[in-house]
Design a protein around this ligand. Structure first.
Ligand SMILES: NC(=O)c1ccc[n+]([C@@H]2O[C@H](COP(=O)([O-])OP(=O)(O)OC[C@H]3O[C@@H](n4cnc5c(N)ncnc54)[C@H](OP(=O)(O)O)[C@@H]3O)[C@@H](O)[C@H]2O)c1
Length: 390
């Protein structure tokens, strides 16, 4: 029995423990040493409780096969385990005794559920990266893309409790409307005034906003730049700009400039940044090609300009004001390589695309729901395949 091809079928539900790179002998050895299944899960974050139980279930239904395997493995690994001074046959005897005493829970067909509410929602690609992440970690979770009409949002949110769901993402047009149906908001979501991720804690529904945090993560990880002390310029003052500007200010950005064609969204955002964050903030009325100040560190397109199918559109920026070394970011996830980013690169700027933010916000939600660190590279690759890049 090859460890790498170790498959476990519990009443037709395939659980591939080998995928987690944790061998069965590790799980069983830890159990024999006195660790409970819950403690084993804490030790190896890529394992789920179901997988630990499934390992024991498999053992109980294939004892002779597994015992033969363990005899061989323990013999092969005897040298390595010498410090434990454990006799291999004693190990297997103890194993058999303890597993036979153990009551294994009934097999489960139930998956943990999360998803997204939107209207329209059919083209939302988040399912692709979240399902890829569940698969990579061997988690029996499902991400559902659910069309919810605005007038039925309250019923849908109450349904999270009824369906025992772990949480939900919100997209257009529900990010603000959902707030009235929640029990609590994170301080950041309250500041931003919008929620894109709900986490259920018992019967309580808690609203978070991971959009801006996903952007900060992308600036840190993808561009290797710490926002602390930086001067940041945002083009746009909509929902995305609001989330990003608040999180960059909370991450220590020294100065934030909001450039918007209308002041009725730009001015309130500047007022919010000045009153609720330590950053300095100013509003610029966007009427002609914007000249990026020489002292700016980061320039962000937070408008919808350049989004598919208008892929040739670029925000009005004086291109010769983009200096080499400036970090230029775009929120547009589709296409990731926008005309704006291409023009900035041609000027010698460093760039970060909208996929980084999309993956970042999804990775933070993944961790909030499952408790596991998200496999970010797997998630990005899944989205790159959707958008035909990479
Ligand atoms: N990558 C990600 O994870 C992620 C996450 C969230 C959003 N997004 C993307 O971010 C973009 C903005 O989303 P949002 O929710 O912030 O939208 P929104 O609330 O509708 O805001 C749109 C912003 O773009 C400005 N704008 C639109 N067309 C313009 C034009 N022709 N000239 C100048 N300004 C223009 C608007 O200015 P006015 O205020 O003057 O109307 C507003 O500031 C969308 O393309 C969305 O796909 C990406």
């Amino acid at each position: 029995m090859e460890l790498e091809s170790y498959f476990n079928f519990v009443n037709g539900h395939a659980i591939r423990i080998a995928h987690t790179r944790i061998g069965i002998e590790t799980v069983i050895r830890d159990y024999l040493e006195g660790a409970s299944p819950e403690e084993i899960v804490l030790r190896y974050p890529t394992l789920s409780l179901e997988q630990v139980y499934a390992t024991f279930t498999y053992y109980l239904s294939h004892q002779s096969e597994v015992n033969a395997y363990l005899e061989r493995v323990t013999a092969e690994q005897e040298a390595a385990w010498e410090e434990q001074q454990r006799n291999p046959s004693e190990f297997v005897r103890l194993l058999r005794e303890r597993l036979n005493q153990m009551s294994v829970p009934a097999p489960s067909y139930k998956a943990d559920l999360v998803g997204v509410f939107g209207y329209p929602v059919a083209e939302n690609p988040t399912i692709v990266m979240q399902e890829a992440a569940f698969q990579a970690l061997g988690l029996n979770w499902r991400y559902l893309t659910i069309e919810v009409r605005p007038e039925q949002l309250g019923d849908a949110v109450r349904g999270l409790r009824a369906f025992n769901m772990a949480g939900i993402n919100l997209t257009i047009p529900h990010k603000i409307a959902v707030i009235q149906h929640l029990d609590e908001l994170s301080p950041e979501a309250a500041l931003i005034g919008a929620v894109n991720t709900v986490v259920r804690a018992g019967d309580r529904l808690i609203g978070h906003n991971t959009d801006g945090k996903g952007f900060v993560r992308s600036v840190r990880e993808d561009a290797g730049m710490d926002p602390a002390g930086k001067r940041v310029v945002f083009l746009g003052a909509g929902g995305a700009a609001r989330a990003m500007a608040v999180e960059m200010a909370l991450a220590g950005a020294a100065h934030v400039t909001i450039v918007n064609r209308t002041s009725d969204r730009g001015q309130p955002l500047v007022g919010l940044l000045r009153s609720k964050t330590p950053a300095q903030a100013e509003f610029v009325h966007w009427q002609e090609a914007y000249a990026v100040p020489i002292e700016a560190d980061i320039l962000v397109n937070a408008t919808s300009i350049g989004l598919y199918p208008n892929v040739d559109d670029v925000p009005a920026v004086a291109i010769d004001s983009i200096r080499p070394g400036l970090l230029v970011c775009d929120v547009i996830p589709n296409p990731p390589q926008t005309a704006f980013l291409r023009a900035a690169e041609a000027r010698g700027a460093r760039t970060v695309d909208g996929l980084g933010m999309l993956v970042g916000q999804g990775a933070i939600a993944f961790k909030m729901w499952t408790g596991y660190d998200a496999p970010i590279a797997v998630m990005r690759q899944a989205l790159e395949e959707v958008f035909g890049v990479g």
